[in-house]
Design a protein around this ligand. Structure first.
Ligand code: ADP
Ligand code: MG
Length: 477
């Protein structure tokens, strides 16, 4: 019997005396009991779970109320311990009430069932060779020098993902994998690059590899064609930190998924950090194998919500400072209010305004901004009227249209009214005081408050955000 470090484990009795192996070898009765439990596990957990996780379990020993079973990898041990061990113990106790504990140990070289997460025996490359080989295979994707922690603006909507990213740099594998997901242009790639840069600086001896799932697939297929998958596998399984961006790309690509699954297991098993970015949650990755989905959600899953007005304004201010141009606050505020879906687009619009002013040798004003961004803004100014917005929103939330103007402050009325104010600001060219007037003569600060409130809620509550987005689409569509 060996433990995870490969040493022979010695069992000590209450008096500190080492027990001889015979004392804890399973008796024939125990073997029979385990046989029953083994069959019961299949019924209890279902065929899929049994095959993926429980099939390789093997009876090792039995001593003083402890039943010891083994698995081939640490990864499996951790997963079974946290998900199934309590129920397994119950099954054991139903057979023999003298069993008090279940102990799962790792026995390397233990023959795993073929369906299980088999780790292919691949030699680990020395660091120097690894970097050479990785370069030769053109595996890694380049890192954008602008995507660092310094340039990343933190707000409520991305705080969790940011904190998780920092922990990954500071601690050694705090959770595995780190799974970051969120909509397009919300900063997932930026965060991953930031981790990579920081790691390179703080832990230069570690081999960090960042690549898109697309590249993973491309290089994997290429290696199959060249009949040299060994080098591909070797490199990927020898890195210290593996980051895969846009994992949603592997949906439906079965052999790539399988290869990724093996890479994933091999790395987790060596306690190497894996970081994954996706446009949706692991459970929502249709076309991705159930086992892989469940494994990807095993570490920390951090989502980035839609941005808030504050975050967008913060990013614009930082960007303007980086570009070393002075842009009036009114212009930045205007952009932060109008361009809400995607930060890439937001930055792009600022770049355009700055470039335009530079070429035209003119100052940046609200007027020139509206002119330069005409095409961008038109989609959202498609002659939607405040009346229309009020009517749609009232219908959607099933309240009376008159409640848009009424003084009633009950939540079920006030919230839809705030949503309507928010959409009026977003979708029409009306000023805050004008909007206020349309809502029963309210003050412009009330409108501003409503806009902020709705943005905050959208950042906190994904279903609310989707609700508002649906309304927005139907109005402009
Ligand atoms: P994603 O990978 O989620 O689609 P990116 O990471 O490519 O999005 O981000 C799109 C653009 O927005 C990039 O230029 C990035 O620097 C910028 N960006 C996104 N979030 C932030 C943030 N919180 N602070 C600063 N820039 C950001
Ligand atoms: Mg990205």
């Amino acid at each position: 019997m060996t433990d995870s470090s490969g040493n022979t484990a010695s069992i000590i009795n209450l008096y500190g005396q080492a027990l001889s192996p015979e004392t804890y070898d399973p008796t024939p009765e125990m073997v029979a009991i385990w046989g029953k439990v083994y069959d019961l596990m299949r019924e209890e957990f279902g065929e899929a779970v049994f095959r993926s996780w429980l099939k390789p379990l093997a009876l090792q020993a039995c001593y003083h109320g402890t039943l010891e079973v083994s698995v081939p990898t640490r990864f499996m041990k951790d997963w079974i311990s946290s998900h199934y061990s309590e129920q397994i113990l119950k099954l054991c106790r139903a057979q023999d009430s003298s069993i008090e504990r279940l102990e799962i140990v790792v026995v390397h070289g233990h023959v795993a069932a073929p369906e299980s997460a088999a780790i292919e025996p691949i030699t680990k490359l020395p660091k120097a060779n690894l970097n050479d080989l990785a370069a030769k295979l053109d595996l890694a994707s380049p890192l954008d020098p602008r995507f660092t922690f310094e340039t990343f603006v933190v707000a409520k909507s991305n705080a969790l993902a940011h904190a998780a990213a920092c922990r990954v740099v500071e601690c050694n594998v705090p959770f595995n994998p780190l799974f970051i997901y969120g909509g397009v242009g919300l900063g997932k790639t930026h965060l991953m690059h930031a981790i990579a840069w920081e790691m390179k600086e703080k832990q230069p001896d570690k081999v960090v590899m960042y690549l898109s799932a697309e590249k993973f697939m491309y290089q994997f297929v290429k290696s199959i064609r060249a009949q040299d998958t060994m080098a591909f596998k070797e490199v990927l399984r020898s890195v210290d930190v593996l980051m895969i961006d846009d994992i949603q790309f592997i949906a439906g690509k079965d052999s790539t998924q399988e290869e990724f699954f093996h890479t994933f297991n091999a790395l987790v098993d060596q306690n190497k950090q894996i970081i994954i970015a996706s446009d949706r949650a692991p459970g929502e990755l249709q076309g991705v194998d159930e086992r892989l989905r469940s494994r990807m959600s095993w570490g920390l899953v951090a989502d980035i919500h839609t941005s808030t007005y504050e975050l967008r304004l913060g990013i614009l201010k930082a960007r303007a400072a980086q570009l070393n141009v002075s842009v009036p606050d009114s212009v930045l505020e205007f952009l932060a209010l109008k361009i809400t879906s995607n930060i890439r687009e937001l930055e792009g619009s600022l770049n355009r305004i700055v470039a335009h002013a530079d070429i035209a040798k003119s100052a940046i004003t609200l007027q020139s901004t509206q002119e330069v961004l005409q095409d961008l803004l038109r989609t959202s100014d498609r002659r939607v009227t405040i009346d229309e917005i009020q009517k749609r929103v009232a219908e959607h939330y099933n309240i009376r249209p008159a409640d848009m103007q009424s003084a009633r402050r009950a939540r079920n009325v006030a919230r839809p009214r705030q949503v309507a104010m928010y959409l009026s600001k977003q979708l029409t060219a009306r000023s805050l005081p004008e909007i206020g007037r349309k809502f029963g003569g309210r003050d412009h600060t009330t409108v501003m408050h409503a806009v902020k409130k709705v943005e905050e809620l959208m950042a906190e509550d994904t279903s609310f955000a989707q609700d508002v987005e649906v309304l927005r689409r139907t109005l402009i569509g």
